[in-house]
Write a protein of this length. Sequence first.
Length: 399
Amino acid sequence: MARKLGVGIVGCGNISAAYHGLSKLFRGMEIRACADLDLAAARARADEFGVRAETVPGLLAAADVDIVVNLTVPAAHYEVSRAALEAGKHVYSEKPFVLSVRDGLDLGKRARKKGLRVGAAPDTFLGGAHQLARALVDSGALGRITSGTAFVMSHGMEHWHPNPDFFFQPGGGPILDVGPYYIADLVQLIGPVRRVAAVATIPAPERTITSKPRFGQTITVGTATTIHAILEFDNGAAVSLDASWDVWAHGHAPIELYGEQGSLFVPDPNFFGGPLRYTKKSDPVKKAPRWSHPFLVPNQQHAQGAMANYRGSGLADMALAIVEGRPHRCSLDFALHAIDVMTGILRSGETGKFVAMRTTCERPAALGVAEARALMARPARLAARSETARRKDLKGRPT
């Protein structure tokens, strides 16, 4: 039996509950400690999930921690990940794992020098719906993908998040906050991006918080909140990406891909499951064939109904890849290319010019049924308590 790698989580805000709660689904790792600049928050999360609380320096020095999971705010991702690498720990970061290509290249250099791994969310592209989409693309059923559309549009976070300020500052915005899900899925389906162009605007320079406890307070917006981009891929495909936090409602599908032999309708890449549809040439659109991918099984109950949530699968894949000596799917090169694409979109929005990518990457290996089952310690069951319910315990902490 492969040994388990010890995991320590830095950052005990919103998303940490999902990593803690779902980690027991997976083999190869065990969360042993958590840390936060607010030690009370670390102690509360540690008590909730039966791990020990540490200071950040204490966690980085802990002998039983092999991988540091970086769940701090995006502006702190680089510094925390660098400190973890300097302490001799592998790193897995929430998205976006850095805010510049330069910082990502630096982390890669440091990791290679010490023989360490760096991985990063999102891992939703490993979900059953998106891997079924990958299987259809790879089978050649649609022919070469030549174009597509992607839409991620809502009216921001100030209506529900207790402290939404950082979403509207540099490092936030819909491209860097929600864009990673879409870019990751597009790259794993089509391949790397060659260049991008965009128009970016700030329709509302000031936002009013309507959530508690800060109802009525205002936020000065410091980053673009509506972006219309074009992505040209190495294979020649051109995909339009519209990302906005200035839209109350729309009727667009999350992702549509158009191939020489048919079209593919991909569900929201922010989630692991969802309905997948496709058509061959002029045939009627139909549901994708059923398959028994474990990351399609609903395991959480939300207001919208039962949903599949396997957050942490990318971390588990990295832990097992370290032990098995193989590449991990949520790799630094893959995440860095997504950062290159997203920061290129924002730079194009500022300059009005096409921006060529500085990086490239291999498509991560597909995660089929057998590979996904190999990541799991036990089958998932539908949980009574949702991740949304856990948010009520956040006490106003971001991420």
